[in-house]
Design a binder for this molecule. Structure first.
Ligand code: CP3
Length: 341
């Protein structure tokens, strides 16, 4: 049964337990998703509005999470900028990485009509279910890491980082285009009815906080505020950011999603008190046995009592080979233990 706990927490109402959803819940571990993948590739599923709608709602049916996240990918923004994306062995690859170009921004041809099928998918999801829907896009740094580097096998993105230092102006020109197209995309997600929005910056920790704040953070704030000014709450996930989370201000986001590296109590101590927190259980704990999983969840009990706005989530996405029954067990635990809130 659909409940209101996710929306209640976002709007500051008291609840008896924290809401729960899991990053990368759409796809990955679900047996029902693995069945679909027997006949269709990830790209086929992701580019068809009907299957986007179906896969988005699978974790709600199978895991009974409190919110759905749109089944899509952050690399749809480079596609709308004219870059050709392929998934080889489930890994994203771009045909012409920007690091090989002298004038990278001149390679990009924005066409926001590329996103239309996503809006049709959102319309179908909203028609079919009243579960809160989380929209998302990638933050410019992570998206541009793929655009410049081209492949995801080199996840230190060293060539992109070299490029930032060697030709900052060229990088900023690309950043402006990525921001512009992302803002168009996220504001249309809001128009089509998303209930919350998450910005994924998986690689934010690969560069010094100072460089990130100088070049990328203003763009992050503009994207998040485009959503917030339309009345939808935002969650920002700068993974591996370390002490940088202390420098994020409440004029940028409503929530911060904390990764598994940072202790949640320490995060609460250093994050601005007007920013709420989501996170941060290490997804790999789900390889452990059930008593261990329960012990790890109970560590959050006091945190939940002290932080009524907290949303339970993982410190990064679900991994494809995590035992499904443990994921299901985790969601049940969150829903049925006594949080004493
Ligand atoms: O959270 C969700 O379930 C919503 C859907 C979602 C996907 N990708 C579907 C997907 C979201 C939010 C993303 C974000 C994303 N995509 C990120 C940032 C978040 C993170 O967890 O780090 C990044 C870096 C990408 C780029 C990407 N897409 C990679 C590196 C890969 C291949 C490796 C992997 O993680 O599986 C993808 C493919 C992808 N995106 C899959 C799914 C369900 C797997 C496709 C398959 O079924 O084979």
């Amino acid at each position: 049964m659909i409940n209101y706990i996710f929306k209640d927490v976002l709007s500051g109402c008291a609840t008896s337990r924290p809401p729960v959803w899991l990053m990368r819940q759409a796809g990955r571990v679900l047996p029902s998703y693995k069945d679909l993948k027997k006949n269709k590739s990830f790209s086929e599923l992701m580019n068809n509005p009907q299957s986007v709608c179906d896969v988005t709602l699978l974790p709600v049916a199978d895991l009974d999470v409190d919110a759905a996240i749109l089944f899509s990918d952050i690399l749809i923004v480079p596609e709308a900028l004219g870059m050709k994306l392929n998934f080889l062995d489930s890994k994203p690859v771009f045909d012409n990485p920007l690091m090989n170009c002298n004038f990278p921004s001149s390679q990009l041809k924005p066409d926001v009509s590329h996103f239309d099928f996503v809006y049709r998918a959102i319309d179908s999801i909203k028609q079919k279910s009243s579960v809160p829907l989380i929209g998302f896009c990638g933050a410019p740094f992570t998206v541009m890491s793929y655009m410049f580097q081209g492949v995801s096998t080199k996840t230190d993105f060293s060539d992109f980082i070299k490029f930032i230092y060697r030709d900052t102006r060229a990088v900023i020109k690309v950043l402006q285009l990525v921001e512009e197209v992302s803002i168009d995309y996220v504001t249309n997600q809001v128009r089509h009815g998303i209930d919350a929005f998450q910005l994924f910056d998986t690689y934010a920790g690969l560069i010094p906080n100072d460089l990130y704040f100088e070049i990328f953070y203003p763009s992050v704030c503009r994207i998040l505020n485009a959503v917030r000014t339309m009345g939808v709450k935002t969650i920002y996930f700068p993974k591996g950011f370390g002490h940088g989370i202390a420098r994020i201000t409440p004029d940028c986001t409503d929530y911060l999603s904390i990764d598994w590296l940072t202790d949640i109590y320490e995060a609460r101590r250093i994050v601005h008190r007007d920013i709420a927190i989501q996170g941060n259980m290490d997804p790999r704990i789900l390889y452990a046995d059930k008593p261990r999983i329960e012990r790890e969840v109970l560590k959050y009990k006091q945190f939940a009592q002290e932080n009524p706005s907290w949303i339970f989530n993982l410190g990064h996405g679900l991994l494809p080979d995590l035992p499904y029954e443990n994921v299901k067990y985790l969601v049940n635990l969150i829903k049925y233990i006594d949080w004493n809130k």
